[in-house]
Design a protein. Structure first.
Ligand code: BES
Ligand code: MN
Ligand code: ZN
Length: 511
């Protein structure tokens, strides 16, 4: 190892301070029990219009609660929650009532959001909190809701605070879930916990600043995060990218001291042909010589690697769940910078599949790295489907904002599954058409060019070219990777968008 290389490896581990184990992401504990427990704060889940009776409390104490609930207009409607001072003599200080509406109809996402709202309302210094779901009559439903609410709490408790010299204390609380069927609840929770840990890795990848989170650093992060999972990791180095002829992927980092990598993380939980999840990992987007020239367009462009985070997180979640599926995450990793060696607008570059591409705009780099990654996916893995996910186009933000991600699909079963997954997870997708734009990426100079109009469709058409005949979907998640203030299951910062969506998509396809 050269000295330079040794220094940069040291810098990676020092700057990242990576969580060594999943438990390092959260300082909370979750326990499931059927025995009543007591703590200074008790959260009682209340179906709509049901009388509130806390086990072990006297009739007078429960009446006092009912009166307080009435005064606060608490009915048990889904997502309602109110914190009361617990009645005298109950050994509790606070009683939170949380509405679950008709429990059998409470959606997974509404339960998660309720958990997030509860997490935001609970003081981080509480050592113990009791959650009581025993007013939900159906034990199976109560178990499911317990796990989903606990998951929402975990998602909201994540912090990206490794760049703060004195981070705010994280909650150190033990959450005691009192429910009819604790083993069933715990089993559900473990599947959700796997998803949460995938989301956390995706959030970390998304948020790392551009000078620390360059391609090789993301490779190191992913390697550590996946080290105790049944995942086969392949790392294609910058030299190998060049040797294999992936000129598009190579070209995006041509102006950076950090060359392009490609990472493939394969979890083989079944003998079927794999599903390839191919996510954009442009670790910083200056635009290249088509420079992003105003501060708001270049700021936060470290989040341009969120697609890579999404696919890595999804495969980690499925591996942790030991799901009976065959999936591979493929992440092309680039650093789109400027220097004397950077690609120039108008250059022609040869892709891995031999296509000659006119780089008409160096800022349309995501499709370049994903084009070669789609080719690699087909060549090496012969997948039964390819899903692209990327912070790909500004036009997507113009068309849909952040309420929906744009979606394209070339096969009915893949389309139906992603729409359903979007509804289940509330990572919503809206399909845009691709059939009305013949010649959209034609080039007068080379075989194709990397821009066209409309912008989101041009990006999609480019990716589809390199997916070939493999059934394909593409999710343009531009502007969905980060929130500036806490929103539902997301604390302020990186969202990990796509992990929950793609994990659910793979499950839907496997049904
Ligand atoms: N990473 C950007 C897309 C983006 C924009 C993501 C805003 C998140 C928020 C992408 O690489 C890009 O620069 N796209 C250009 C393409 C254009 C030059 C053809 C765009 O959409 O403006
Ligand atoms: Mn760009
Ligand atoms: Zn970009």
């Amino acid at each position: 190892m050269s000295l330079q290389r040794a220094i940069s490896t040291l810098a990676i581990s020092a700057a990242l301070a990576l969580p060594a184990a999943a438990s390092d992401y959260l300082s909370t504990n979750v326990r499931f029990t059927s025995d009543n427990a007591s703590a200074s704060t008790r959260v009682v889940f209340v179906p709509e219009d049901q009388s509130i009776a806390v086990e072990g409390w006297t009739a007078e104490q429960n009446q006092a609660v009912a009166r307080a609930a009435r005064i606060e207009a608490f009915t048990g409607a889904a997502s309602q929650h109110v914190t009361l001072i617990a009645p005298e003599g109950t050994q509790a200080d606070h009683l939170m009532l949380a509405g679950v509406g008709n429990p059998a109809e409470l959606s997974r996402f509404n339960a998660e959001k309720l958990g997030a709202a509860i997490a935001a309302a609970l003081k981080p210094e509480l050592t113990d909190v009791v959650f009581d779901t025993r007013l939900i009559a159906n034990p199976g439903v109560a178990a499911e809701i317990s796990a989903q609410v606990a998951h929402g709490i975990d998602l909201r408790n994540y912090r990206f605070d490794r760049y703060q010299s004195e981070p705010k204390a994280r909650p150190q609380t033990t959450y005691h879930w009192v429910t009819h069927s604790p083993q069933v609840a715990e089993r559900h929770y473990e599947d959700y916990r796997a998803i949460a840990e995938g989301v956390f890795v995706a959030r970390d990848i998304t948020a790392l600043p551009g000078s620390d989170g360059y391609p090789e650093a993301i490779v190191e992060l992913a390697k550590q995060a996946m080290s105790d999972l049944d995942i086969e990791l392949t790392i294609i180095t910058p030299e190998q990218v060049k040797e294999m002829g992936m000129g598009l992927l190579e070209s995006v980092s041509a102006g950076s001291q950090h060359g392009s990598y490609l990472l493939a993380a394969h979890y083989k939980g079944s003998d079927e042909a794999p599903i390839a999840l191919v996510g954009k990992g442009n670790t910083f987007d200056t635009g290249g010589y088509n420079l992003k020239t105003n501060s708001s367009s270049i700021l936060r462009m470290q989040t341009d690697k969120a697609g890579a985070g999404a696919v890595i997180g999804a495969v980690m979640a499925l591996a942790k769940q030991q799901a009976p599926v065959n999936v591979v995450a493929i992440a092309p990793l680039s650093h789109n910078l400027i220097s004397g060696s950077a690609t120039l607008p108008g250059d022609v570059v040869k892709a891995g599949d031999g296509t000659l591409v006119e780089i008409a705009n160096t800022d349309a780099e995501g499709r370049l790295i994903l084009g070669d990654a789609n080719w690699y996916a087909n060549d090496v893995f012969k997948p039964r489907a390819i899903a692209n996910i990327a912070t790909l186009t500004g036009s997507k933000v113009g068309a849909l904002g952040t309420g929906y991600a744009a979606m394209f699909a070339s096969a009915d079963d893949l389309r139906a599954a992603i729409i359903e997954a979007g509804k289940v997870t509330d990572e919503k997708v809206w399909e845009l058409p691709l059939d009305g734009y013949p010649g959209i990426i034609d080039s007068p100079l080379a075989d194709i060019r990397n821009i066209g109009s409309p912008g989101t469709q041009a990006g999609a058409a480019f990716l589809k070219h390199f997916a070939g005949d493999t059934p394909w979907i593409h999710i343009d998640m531009a502007a969905d990777a980060m929130v500036s203030s806490p929103t539902g299951i997301h604390p302020a910062g990186p969202t990990g968008f796509g992990v929950r969506l793609l994990t659910e998509w793979v499950h839907q396809l496997n049904k």
